[in-house]
Write a protein that binds this ligand. Sequence first.
Ligand code: MG
Length: 204
Amino acid sequence: MKILCIGRNYAEHIAELQNETPTDPVIFAKPDTALLQRNQPFFMPDFSQDIHHEIELVLRVCKNGKNIEEKFAPSYFDAIGLGIDFTARDLQSQLKSKGLPWELAKGFDGSAPISQEFKPVHGFADLNNIDFRLAVNGEVRQQGNSGLMLHNFNKIISYISRFITLKMGDLIFTGTPSGVGPVTVGDQLTGFIGEEKLLDLAVK
Ligand code: MG
């Protein structure tokens, strides 16, 4: 099982970090040890003073595939959940400024909490109109809608599979909307798809 992530997939988030808008999706990976499940608490690591939350819709891959055409992509994921792409922003900035890969800023232990429940794809009226949000201590910090993605789910599946074979059980983080910001010890993070709370974890 692997965790693949899309960077820079929402225009307003690209603007807030003053990044360039890519023509192709930006892809990176997190190791399976990044996974945090069942609303286990997130423990602040000692190597960063600036851990940011990035709430994201997460696809669950249900079938192995390579070189998947966009029109066939819908049959390769069967459920959508929520995840947080925790990012050590200070470390990432340092590495980016040196032109180095930012793997450690994104792939550290516990950097990928996911919701226990994933919603079956067939339960959504429109995959291009899914509202989701993140609240910190009850205050909404990030709000997104899948319709605002620069590269939609099918494009993401198709693009990744040109390079990396997708396997059943893989997870794909699909990018974060604007509003990313630091978390601190004692914060309670809650994530919603529509009005349903799927994530609820403490920062310790
Ligand atoms: Mg992200």
